[in-house]
Design a protein around this ligand. Sequence first.
Ligand code: ZN
Ligand code: ZN
Length: 141
Amino acid sequence: MPEIRYCKECHRIFQYMGGPVLCSYCRKKDDEEFEKVRAFLKEYPGATMQEVSNATGVKPSKINRWLKEERLEVSEGSPVALNCERCGVRIRSGRFCIECSKMLAREMMQASGDLRQRLGRERVPFEKDEFGLYYKHKNET
Ligand SMILES: [Zn+2]
Ligand SMILES: [Zn+2]
């Protein structure tokens, strides 16, 4: 069932179909702007965020979002600073550098491994003989 959401860009109500929360009008505009930025960067790969913004009329915050979404990538020598959110090293797109991405994946694996181990220990069968109470008839025989 389609969801009714507010467009992030123009705040109009629209039928949300997945992807970025943008109405069809803003999404089309978004695509056009992205295409403009992409074309500009292809021609001027060393441009700064401000230069790109001035030349295309696209807000830097939007360009930043595309970088985080990995739709855009800064070039090797680009002055546009994009840093790993974990170690601060320079990256070209996304949120983490390759090393930190690997580390985060490992930590995630480890966390689920620890959990499995803990659950495994808890599943050790309860020793009834050791902890249960008994009454022994002394003179039964
Ligand atoms: Zn909109
Ligand atoms: Zn990093």
